[in-house]
Design a protein around this ligand. Structure first.
Ligand code: PLP
Length: 377
């Protein structure tokens, strides 16, 4: 694929534009083909549509450059996560978040109940709790910042402890993105993402990825995809790569907007608490500054009102979309406890806010109108 680059010397803004390009040749295409084939003529390195194609390879190369590892893409973030759990034998001990992304927590609870895995649920941002749970664990499954509380895990410390304890250390870095942290550089064995979110960035496809520098893990995860069959279509991979070309720009703008809105929300008397690691008042600010390259674009805030009013507030927005998901160009918010599977450690009045790339004053006006519409004074 893309030749002639010393990737480590290029900034993210340049990497996302240059990576995953087909070989340069006269009249050659700038973008990979969307190879709509279930099979290929015999004798080549791919062979069959479940094993690979050009659009996957291009996206995988680009994410590999961003994360500094080797990438495998999957049909969704959850498919990528499932492939990682398939590395573990029956009954293995795994340390994981009690209040991380609800899809992951729900899957782990079900696996625990079925005795497929023995899950030690911990409060990940509490380093002592993680360290105490580690002895005997075959996997330490981290997520930082956590979704939806936007709490920062002390990744350098807990990753090192997990490695020392002999665990495979995994970091779901979806909310941070490679602009903010690189889990492999921090010592993790696996970084994973829901590519559905910031990396593709337009709320139009689902996709996931696993990135590692460990050859044996790579092979086993590739086999899990090949035989488990959780493969993306070539079209989704192509669309994700197209979105990734502007990832650095989108992320910069979203982070700036998030910082500004977090500051304004913090001063607003109708808001009880704002959670954003970029705020000097945030309990995780110093920790975030110690190893993160930015603060991300996810805010959570608690509103001084009853649930009906907060639901009305979320529903009244015109610019911000009231929906689940995050990481798109458009700002999206929702009251997280509207989901029955959300952790009960998350307050009922908490709104998770994925800040997009719109004009920040327009977003602020929309928020003001929503407070008014819901009669929150
Ligand atoms: C942190 C995190 N990890 C994983 C996932 C799952 O990704 P997907 O919806 O692409 O399966 C999500 C989805 O919201 C998420 O927020």
């Amino acid at each position: 694929m893309s030749k002639g680059h010393d990737w480590k010397k290029l900034a993210t803004e340049s990497q996302v534009v240059a990576a995953g390009r087909p070989e340069k040749k006269p009249d050659g295409a700038l973008n990979p083909a969307i190879a709509l084939n279930s099979t290929f003529h015999e004798g080549g390195p791919i062979g069959y549509g479940r094993y690979g194609n050009e659009a996957w390879s291009a996206l995988e190369e680009a994410i590999s450059v961003l994360e500094g590892g080797k990438t495998l893409i999957f049909s969704s973030g959850m498919a990528a996560i499932s492939s990682v759990y398939s590395l573990l034998p029956q009954g293995a001990i795994i340390v994981a978040a009690e209040n991380g992304y609800q899809g992951t927590t729900t899957m782990l609870k079900k696996m625990h109940e079925a005795k497929k895995l023995e899950v030690r649920f911990v409060n990940l941002p509490n380093t002592d709790e993680v360290l105490k749970a580690l002895p005997g664990a075959q996997m330490l499954y981290l997520e930082s910042p956590t979704n939806p509380a936007i709490e920062v895990v002390d990744l350098p410390v807990v990753i090192a402890a997990g490695k020392k304890a002999g665990s495979i250390v995994v970091v779901d870095s979806t909310l941070a993105t490679p602009m903010v942290q690189n889990p492999l550089a921090l010592g993790a064995d696996i970084a994973l993402h829901s590519v559905t979110k910031y990396l593709s960035g337009h709320s139009d496809i689902l996709l996931g990825c696993v990135v590692t520098n460990d050859e044996s893990i790579f092979e086993r995860v590739e086999q899990a995809r090949r035989y488990g069959g959780a493969i993306p279509g070539p079209f989704e991979a192509w669309i994700a790569l197209r979105g990734l070309r502007t990832f650095a720009l989108r992320m910069q703008r979203s982070q700036e907007n998030a910082m500004e809105l977090a500051k304004r929300l913090e001063k607003d008397p109708r808001v009880l608490k704002v959670r954003y690691p970029g705020l000097a008042s945030d309990p995780y600010h110093e920790r975030a500054k110690s190893f993160m390259k930015g603060f991300g674009a996810m805010i959570s805030f608690e509103v001084k009102a009853d649930i009906a009013q907060i639901d009305k507030m979320c529903n009244s927005s015109t610019l911000i979309t009231n929906a689940t998901s995050l990481g798109g160009v458009e700002s999206i918010w929702e009251r997280r406890r509207r989901w029955a599977t959300e952790s009960h450690t998350i307050p009922e009045n908490l709104i998770r806010f994925s800040v997009g790339i719109e004009n920040v004053d327009d977003l602020w006006s929309d928020i003001q109108s929503c407070f008014l519409a819901a009669k929150i004074n």
